[in-house]
Design a protein around this ligand. Structure first.
Ligand code: KG4
Ligand code: ZN
Length: 345
């Protein structure tokens, strides 16, 4: 079985072909960073328009690629939510139209299930059960994954997502968008001990997160140093970035260990855009190993939004006999992850 995966939930136009025998065949993304950077964040209308321009040529490129070798596509998987409604509609309508024309099944995928299953693209895949830390621009969640499509949310951010905190801090310091990679890069030159931020919600029981207080701590500190934080000297910016990154990483790592202990799980999966953060990967690996926990994460390129995770998530759903042959186009800007659970066998 060969599945074409399409992802258009936010600001990456991405597609991939996944094959049951070969694994990932080919994948491509067209980033919209240049379109949104001047506004300091994603502009939904521009995102949808850009997907509309780029998606079909991107799919055509994959189909004609030497890797695909003119092989026929057996099914299409597309992100049907959560995300920006207009952006999702572009992917959904093209997926449905192609599936209708080719008379093949089509399946709508939950974006977060895609992120969660991205580590399954690797040779060293996690076995079930595991704890998943899903950290992206829109979500910060700890999920107990008892088996395939058996998701239980243990905790999540009550306000800003971790990626959002990176993006807002970067904006405050005048670094640009998306902020995560820029903060991480700047932090390399910073002294994480010059400033200290209080770790949010660590002294309380439970597995929820909160990052908006941290954002305020950074803003208050930056404003105490300069009335225009984006004009701070580069060493001070680097020191703030390093202290901020350390605070987020520390918080995420401690909550992951708490979740593993609570659920008595020995495997931990990390996914989503913030999972590309090198310091987070190192610290999680280090502390998990000390506690006898194995850590799994996707290759860097499959941490942020991509088509491969949607193709593989579609493949698993199709294996379970799930697909829709109708011509209705539905997207869900909001969509609870647990609603895609399958009942245990
Ligand atoms: O998963 P993703 O591509 O899109 C969403 O579904 O949200 O995640 C994007 C988020 C952005 O907030 C971006 O700043 C963050 O992931 N990010 C990072 C890094 N690379 C991307 N955050 C911290 N460190 C990174 N290296
Ligand atoms: Zn995402």
């Amino acid at each position: 079985m060969r599945v074409l995966g399409i992802e258009t939930s936010c600001d990456d136009t991405a597609a991939a072909i996944y094959c049951e025998q070969q694994g990932l065949v080919v994948h491509r993304s067209a980033s919209q960073i240049a379109t949104h950077a001047q506004y300091g964040g994603v502009v939904p209308e521009l995102a949808a328009r850009d997907h509309g321009r780029k998606l079909l040529p991107l799919i055509d490129f994959l189909l004609q690629s030497p890797e695909n070798a003119q092989q026929k596509i057996d099914a299409i998987a597309y992100t049907s939510g959560p995300g920006l409604a207009g952006a999702l509609l572009v992917g959904a309508s093209l997926a449905k139209s192609l599936a209708h024309a080719w008379r093949i099944p089509c399946i709508g995928i939950h974006h977060l299930e895609g992120h969660l299953l991205a580590p399954m693209l690797e040779t060293n895949k996690p076995e079930y059960p595991f704890i998943a830390l899903l950290v992206s621009g829109g979500h910060t969640m700890l999920i107990d994954v008892a088996g395939y499509a058996q998701y239980e949310i243990l905790g999540q951010s009550v306000d800003d997502a971790a990626g959002e905190a990176f993006d807002k801090t970067a904006k405050l310091l005048g670094l640009g968008y998306p902020g995560g990679p820029l903060i991480a890069q700047l932090a390399l030159a910073g002294d994480p001990k010059r400033f200290t931020f209080t770790r949010p919600m660590l002294n309380r029981p439970g597995l929820d997160f909160s990052f908006s207080g941290l954002k305020t701590q950074v803003r208050t500190l930056a404003l105490s140093l300069h009335s225009q934080p984006h004009e701070l000297d580069s060493q001070t910016k680097a020191d703030i970035a390093a202290a901020f990154e350390l605070c987020v990483v520390d918080t995420l790592v401690k909550k992951c260990l708490r979740a593993c202990k609570q659920q008595q799980r020995k495997r931990l999966v990390m996914a989503g855009g913030v999972a590309a953060n090198q310091r987070l990967r190192e610290q999680l690996q280090h502390h998990a190993n000390d506690n006898g926990i194995d850590v799994f994460y996707p290759d860097m390129q499959f941490c942020t939004d991509n088509g491969a995770m949607i193709a593989i998530a579609g493949y698993y759903r199709l294996l379970h006999g799930l697909h829709d042959m109708n011509n209705e186009i539905h997207v869900k800007a909001r969509w609870p992850l647990e609603s895609v659970n399958l009942s245990p066998k």
